[in-house]
Design a protein around this ligand. Structure first.
Ligand SMILES: CC(C)(COP(=O)(O)OP(=O)(O)OC[C@H]1O[C@@H](n2cnc3c(N)ncnc32)[C@H](O)[C@@H]1OP(=O)(O)O)[C@@H](O)C(=O)NCCC(=O)NCCS
Length: 168
């Protein structure tokens, strides 16, 4: 497995993974798949020197998963040293260490870019995501109770933070 910067031609694979999750899971509260124009807008936001997207691929460029940095609050300049993490592994490849490979690359990259804090929103019962975050030094900030509604469930969201000045 190789972790590399995503390129525009990865967009179909990126959104195949995310749109599947949107339609079938509660790990994103988005309800509708992102269409081509929304995918392009997302890509334009993810400039590699500031908000990179990393792809985990095999030798033939089949994508196992991806992880990205995004603005925590778009157009709110005072948050410029803080970034939000997203990570999505294609269903057949979960639980095989792909998430760990991506975080192992993403966290130093975030520090190198100059971010001070990473934040993450995790559906509160998502044990795989919580474990992954804890393994990479994220700490609990707190729980937002009952903020989400999807697939006939009322959902809590855990906020986690990673202080990038701490090397763990
Ligand atoms: C959450 C996710 C990114 C984790 O990536 P992954 O490649 O499946 O996880 P890894 O194999 O790298 O394992 C990471 C840690 O989670 C644990 N883990 C993996 N799958 C698990 C599961 N189903 N239940 C409990 N723990 C699990 C692993 O044991 C490992 O912890 P450890 O090193 O302390 O043993 C991935 O499962 C995923 O994309 N899930 C759906 C989308 C999602 O939840 N995205 C995150 C939104 S916040």
């Amino acid at each position: 497995m190789l972790v590399r910067d995503a390129v525009e031609s990865d967009l179909d694979a990126i959104f195949e993974i995310l749109n599947h999750e949107i339609l079938t899971g509660v790990n994103t509260f988005k309800l509708d798949p992102l269409l081509a124009d929304q995918q392009q807008a997302w890509w334009k936001l993810h400039v590699a020197d500031r908000y990179p997207v990393l792809a985990a691929v095999d030798e033939s460029s089949t994508m196992f998963g991806w992880a990205s940095l995004s603005p925590w609050a778009l157009h709110v300049g005072g948050y410029h040293r803080t970034s939000e993490v997203s990570i999505w592994i294609a269903e057949p490849f979960r639980g095989r260490g792909v998430g760990k490979e991506l975080f192992a690359a993403l966290i130093p990259r975030a520090r190198q870019i100059g971010f001070r804090v990473l934040l993450s929103k995790v559906e509160a019962s998502n044990q795989a995501s919580l474990k992954l975050h804890y393994r990479f030094g994220f700490r609990d900030v707190g729980i937002m109770h009952g903020v989400g509604d999807k697939l006939d469930r009322q959902l809590d969201v855990a906020i986690l933070e990673r202080d990038l000045s701490q090397v763990e």
